[in-house]
Ligand binder design. Structure first.
Ligand code: SAM
Length: 282
């Protein structure tokens, strides 16, 4: 059945510099019958730049369940469709997940056309360990939710990455500094691939000071990369779940109580959890 049906191509587009698109992506956008775009006007600029005709349909977070069903019917009817977002790789903090899930569940082909992605671009130039990392999307919008969010990740043993907007970058870093050690290494990657691209690797304390004093460091789009918790990396016998539980408890209790409760909840070793807890207080 998949043979008579059209394919869904998930196409990455540039995150700033229009040169960052693959030949295959351009060919795919030219050849498909329809382009499902987050913002049809926005993608119009890209399509005009490459001389690609107008065959856009809208697929954004407010219509994606309904629009995905309609697109599945078009694929079943034999049309080929490219999915693009405003910038970078669709689905990564962008619409597309319901469509891809639906199409796969229907047994039809989903073909990735890889390319730019802000988090991967930032990691590739950050100078922090990347053999393992976690991508955490956007941090919550309110200060209290952000502190909880960062507290839960304070003991994450691997590099972690968040997206942030110009409106919240300063508040985000200030909140991070209330729950993470001030000497934790972080990288601020701003306006990647654009004229004012800036990639700064420094401590959390310095990052807050820099963004406070330099207006330009509050402009544009941001990826923030945070080094994993140092001592915890050496503690191979502490699992990520144990660290998460410990992180939550440490926000409310003394080290002694938090460790005792974490041992009871997770069954972890007291000595290891105690060392992990100490690492967060440094
Ligand atoms: N799907 C996109 C991707 O593949 O990176 C991400 C879309 S998400 C809605 C937009 C966020 O990605 C921005 O708020 C920013 O955090 C990050 N971002 C996108 N482009 C960027 C750039 N050129 N430089 C730094 N961060 C960027």
């Amino acid at each position: 059945m998949a043979n008579q049906c059209g394919k869904l191509y998930v196409v990455a587009t540039p995150i700033g510099n229009l040169g960052d698109i693959s030949f295959r992506a351009i060919e795919t956008l030219k050849q498909v019958d329809l382009i499902a775009a987050e913002d049809t006007r926005h993608v119009g600029m890209l399509l005009r730049h490459y001389g690609i005709g107008n065959k856009r349909v809208s697929l954004h977070q407010h219509n994606e369940d309904r629009a995905s069903l309609a697109l599945l019917e078009k694929l079943r009817a034999g049309l080929s469709i490219a999915l693009v977002s405003d910038a970078g790789t669709p689905l990564l903090s962008d619409p597309g997940m319901p469509l891809v899930k639906l199409v796969k569940e229907a047994g039809l082909d989903v073909v990735p056309i890889p390319g730019a992605c802000a988090l991967i671009a930032a990691l590739s130039a950050a100078g922090l360990p990347v053999s393992q990392f976690t991508f955490e999307g956007f941090a919550p919008r309110t200060s209290s939710a952000r502190k909880t969010f960062f507290g839960e990740r304070a003991l994450t043993p691997v590099t972690w990455v968040i997206y942030e907007s110009s409106h919240r970058i300063l508040a985000c870093l200030q909140d991070m500094a209330t729950v993470l050690p001030l000497d934790r290494e972080i990288v601020i990657a701003r306006e990647l691939t654009k004229l004012h691209e800036t990639i700064v690797k420094t401590t959390l304390a310095e990052a807050v000071a820099l963004v406070e004093r330099d207006d330009n460091m509050r402009k544009g789009e941001f990826v923030v990369i945070i080094d994993g918790a140092a001592v915890v990396k050496a503690e191979q016998d502490v699992t990520e779940e144990q660290l998460r539980v410990l992180g939550v408890l440490l926000k409310e209790c003394s080290i002694k109580t938090a460790v005792a409760l974490a041992v009871e909840i997770t069954g972890g070793r007291k000595k290891s959890l105690y060392q992990a807890a100490l690492a967060t207080q440094q």
